[in-house]
Design a protein around this ligand. Structure first.
Ligand code: ADP
Length: 169
């Protein structure tokens, strides 16, 4: 079975991420979305909320698995015996960071390869941060995130930063 890991902080998952997952699914038999904490970002959603939201989106897709991992990506990949990493690229500005990351991962685990998928043009401006900002100003985000994410963002605003139960329906 041909497997890949799509790691990220997914705070929260957006339609840009989802597009990358579907495209990865046409290249691999199984795609594991690995939710990590990026030490340079302080997340709005807890790791459980981020995982639950992704599970809502892919609950009917048997090719997609979702997991949280708190260590190094290279160790996680080794523990799963999966040696292909998927990352998305939006602009040249993503490239420097992604290039560095892929080299470091390969240094840590020589079997690891990173495959980059270019964003679909219609999602090239889209990031989790943009979605959070727009939502905090009550701007419409319907075309940017799934319904469950939109609702979770709205209730996050209403109950400040407390953790919440995610509901898919
Ligand atoms: P991280 O904090 O690890 O960068 P993100 O959740 O921000 O995690 O992103 C995970 C991956 O998805 C990264 O490779 C990022 O470049 C990619 N990505 C984010 N938004 C988009 C988008 N709109 N189109 C394509 N790829 C994207």
């Amino acid at each position: 079975m041909n497997k890949a890991i799509y790691p990220g902080s997914f705070d929260p998952i957006t339609n840009g991420h989802i597009d990358i997952v579907y495209r990865a699914c046409s290249l691999f038999d199984e795609v594991t979305i690995a939710v990590f904490d990026n030490p340079s970002k302080s997340p709005l959603f807890t790791s459980k909320e981020r995982v639950d939201l992704i599970q809502c989106v892919f609950e009917e897709n048997r090719q997609v698995k979702v997991e949280y991992f708190s260590g190094l990506l290279a160790q996680y990949a080794e523990s799963k015996s999966i040696f292909t990493i998927i990352r998305g690229l939006r602009a040249v500005s993503d490239f420097d960071y992604e290039f560095q990351l892929s080299i470091i991962n390969r240094k840590l685990n020589h079997n690891l390869d990173t495959i980059f998928l270019m964003t679909d043009q219609k999602f090239s401006y889209l990031s989790s941060s943009v979605v959070k900002q727009l939502s905090s100003f009550d701007a419409t985000i319907d075309s940017l995130v799934p319904e469950a994410v939109k609702r979770a963002l709205q209730s996050k605003q209403n109950i400040s930063n407390d953790s919440q139960e995610i509901s898919c329906g």
